[in-house]
Design a protein around this ligand. Sequence first.
Ligand code: CP
Ligand code: NVA
Length: 310
Amino acid sequence: MKHFINLRDISSKSLKKIILDAKKRKNLRKNLNTLDSDKDSLLKGKLLIQMFEKSSLRTRLSFYIAIKQLNGSALTLRPDELHLSKGSESLADTAKIISTFGNAFMLRTDSDNKLLEFKKYLTIPIINGLSPSSHPTQVLSDIFTIEEIKKKNISKLQICWVGDASNNVINSLIEASVKFSFKLNIGSPKKYQPNKNLLKWAKKNSGKIKLFNNCIQAAKNSDVIFTDKVISMNDKVNKAKKLKEFKNFKVTSKVMSYAKKDAIFLHCLPRGSEVSNEVFLGKQSRVWQQALNRIYVQKSILLYCFEKLR
Ligand code: CP
Ligand code: NVA
C-alpha cells in the first residue's frame, strides 16, 4: 500500500512509471466508452471513498471515472454530513470506519495536517486531491499532457509559470521540476514568490528554477506557459488588492509571443482574470485536453497506491 500526498515524497522512478502506465492505458482505450472497464480490470470490486471539503468539478469527475475504468466504484462523502465535521466523532474513529468500508481514500482539504492525521489512522491508501500546500494529482497529470502534446521527454523542455507563485499548484510544479529534471521559469510579483524552504529543497536536489519579477522575461523561449487563479479557494486576502498586484502578470497574446512559436498554454481550471480570453480560447491553449487527462493519470496513481503498477 502506498500513499499519494506530495510529489517530493515519491521517487522519480515511481512517478515516471505512473506516467508510462497512463500512456499505455490511454492508448488501449481508443474504442471504449467512458465507463467501460480496462480489459485487465485491476481494481475490480474496490471502493474509492472521496471527500471534498472545498469545491471541485474536475477532480470529482475524474476520480469517479478513473476508478470505474479500473472496474471499481466510487462513493463521495459530504463533509457536512459526517459527525467528524460537527466535532461529534474523532478523526481516528472516522478513519477506522473509512478503512473498514473502503479500499482507498481521496481527500480535498483545507488542512495539510488533516491529510497527515488521516494517513496516521487509515489502513488504506490516502490520495491528496488538493490541499493548501499542494495539488499533486493535477501536476502529475500536466506532465503527462505536456509529453503527450510535445512528444518529448519533459526534461528537454522549458516550462514557465506566470502568476501567484505561492500557491498549491506551483508548489507541486516545483517538486515535479526536480523529480522530472525540467527547467522552470517563474514570473511573479516579488511578494508572491515561491516558498523559501521549497526553493532550498529544490536547489539542494539540483532543481533548475529561475525566478523573475517580470512575466515576459520568464516566458522567453519557453515551451509551455502555465498560470492559475490569483485568488485560490479560501484565500483569506484582500481580493481587490491582490488582483491589482497581479495586473502585470496576466497571460496575454503578447506574453505568449515571447515563448517558442509552438508553445502551448495550460491552466488547471477554474480560471479567473489571469489569462486573456484570446489566449485561453486560442490555438495554443490545450486546457480541455489537460482536464480530460486527469482521468488517465489518476487511474495509474490509483494502481500505484494499490501496488498494482506493472
Ligand atoms: N483543477 C482542479 O482540480 O479542478 P477542480 O477544482 O474542479 O477539481
Ligand atoms: N490554486 C487553486 C487551484 C484550483 C484547482 C486553488 O487552490 O483554488
